[in-house]
Design a protein. Sequence first.
Length: 167
Amino acid sequence: MKIYDVTAPIFNGMPVYKNKPEKQPTIDIEKLVRPVKVFDVTEADEKISLKDIEGLEIEENDFILFKTKNSWDTEFNFDFIYVAEDAAAYLAEKKIAGVGIDALGIERAQEGHPTHRSLMGSGVIIMEGLQLKDIKAGQYFMVAAPLKIQNTDASPARVLLFDEMIG
């Protein structure tokens, strides 16, 4: 039996819907094997705002994961906790490398999508849909293995946290 791979390659410059430039894959996602900091912000209601995170030990080049009440949702919650505009601006100003959240979106119902604009405009990697219910706040070593899609801005990934540093 002959097997044919009919999968279209994914790369910057590939044919995209209606040739729209914004549909082109552009962001490097290979920077996902590294130390991370998990912060417990389960006290936050509605959103993670600047007041919820300004006292946290967030430093330049950190990759941070926010554990919220979302981790206990068993179905889609239209009122999920998200990262508010002021918190996103603060994280971008801190020049973090990446941020993850336990919601299927990092932003909800903010006109003009300022959270995405602040973070992505500063080159901050965004991870969504994490399951952090059983993870305690602290430092971990993360191995996130996205599908091997070249130069794309999003991909499903298997994300593992190790509670001991490797190396």
